[in-house]
Ligand binder design. Structure first.
Ligand SMILES: NC(=O)c1ccc[n+]([C@@H]2O[C@H](COP(=O)([O-])OP(=O)(O)OC[C@H]3O[C@@H](n4cnc5c(N)ncnc54)[C@H](O)[C@@H]3O)[C@@H](O)[C@H]2O)c1
Length: 237
C-alpha cells in the first residue's frame, strides 16, 4: 500500500508490551519514511481530575529523516516519568522526584512504593491527560485492542492476555514537496542557531541526545546492578 500511495497504516491488536516505540521508528526512518506510532499500556496514570489510574503511560512517537545520520525521534511517555523508573526506585528503596505521582489517597508522594499503589501524573496537567486519551483511542478503540483501562498489567495480572493495541503510520517525505531534505535541514539549522539560555551547550532535537548516549555507551562496559543480576540468574534456572 505504501509503495503505491505513499502512506501505510498498520493496526495491531492482541499484542503485549512491545518495549520502546523508538525502536520501530528507527526502522521506518532508515527507509527514509516519516512515522507516527502509538501504543496503549496498563493503567498507571489518572485522567485529569480522577483519583484512579486508567490510562497507561501511552508513549507518543514521531520519527523523521533529517538529511543527516542522526534521526529526529520524539519518543515520549505522557506521564511525568515512566513506570519502569518508579519500579526500579521501589526495588532499590530510592525516592522518586516530587510532582510525578500521588499516593492512593491523592496526596503527592516521593515514596516509589506508595506511588505504585497510587497514581502517576500526566505531563502538563489536562493537556497530557488529553494526549493519553488520544493514544488510547488510536491504539485501543480503533484497533480492536483493549482500552479504557482494560489492558492487563504484565507484572501483576496473569489472568489473561494483555490485548494491547498499537497503531503504526508511515509515509514518504515527498508527498507534498520534492525537496524535503533541504527543507528539514534548514528547519533544524534555524532552530539550533537560536541564542541559548545559560548552561545549555547545544539545542538538540529529540533523538539526538539518545544517539549521543548510544555512541558513548557503545565504547563502554555495561554495568548491571546486583538486583538485575539476581533476576537474570532466576530466569536462567
Ligand atoms: N511500551 C510501553 O508501554 C511504554 C510505555 C512508556 C514508555 N515506553 C518507552 O520508554 C522510553 C522512555 O520514555 P520516556 O518518556 O522516559 O522518554 P525520555 O523522557 O527519556 O525522552 C523523551 C523524548 O525527549 C527527548 N529528549 C530528552 N532530552 C532531551 C534534550 N535535552 N533535548 C532534546 N530532546 C530531548 C528524547 O530524545 C525523547 O524523544 C520510550 O522509548 C518509550 O517508548 C514504553
Amino acid at each position: 500500500m505504501q509503495k503505491k500511495t505513499g502512506i501505510g497504516m498498520v493496526a495491531v491488536k492482541n499484542s503485549g508490551h512491545y518495549g520502546l516505540s523508538g525502536y520501530y521508528a528507527e526502522q521506518a526512518v532508515k527507509k527514509n519514511l516519516i512515522t507516527m506510532i502509538y501504543t496503549n499500556a496498563p493503567p498507571a496514570v489518572a485522567p485529569h481530575g480522577a483519583l484512579k489510574s486508567l490510562f497507561g503511560t501511552n508513549p507518543i512517537c514521531f520519527g523523521t529523516p533529517t538529511g543527516s545520520k542522526v534521526p529526529f525521534i520524539l519518543d515520549t511517555s505522557i506521564s511525568m516519568i515512566n513506570r519502569g523508573k518508579i519500579r526500579v526506585a521501589a526495588r532499590s528503596n530510592q525516592k522518586i522526584p516530587e510532582g510525578v505521582a500521588l499516593d492512593k489517597f491523592g496526596k503527592p508522594t516521593t515514596n516509589a512504593k506508595k506511588a505504585l499503589e497510587g497514581v502517576q501524573l500526566p505531563i502538563a496537567g489536562f493537556r497530557g491527560s488529553g494526549l493519553a486519551w488520544m493514544v488510547d483511542i488510536l491504539s485501543g478503540v480503533l484497533t480492536g485492542g483493549n482500552h479504557a483501562g482494560k489492558v492487563k498489567d504484565p507484572f501483576d495480572d496473569f489472568s489473561g492476555p494483555q490485548n494491547i493495541g498499537h497503531l503504526f503510520i508511515t509515509f514518504k517525505t515527498n508527498l507534498f514537496v520534492n525537496n524535503f531534505n533541504n527543507r528539514i535541514k534548514d528547519n533544524i539549522k534555524t532552530i539550533k542557531r537560536l541564542p541559548r539560555i545559560k548552561g545549555i551547550k547545544e539545542i538538540m532535537y529529540p533523538g539526538q541526545n539518545k544517539y549521543k548516549r548510544f555512541k558513548m555507551n557503545s565504547k563502554k562496559e555495561i554495568n548491571i546492578s546486583e538486583i538485575i543480576k539476581k533476576d537474570l540468574k532466576i530466569l536462567k534456572n
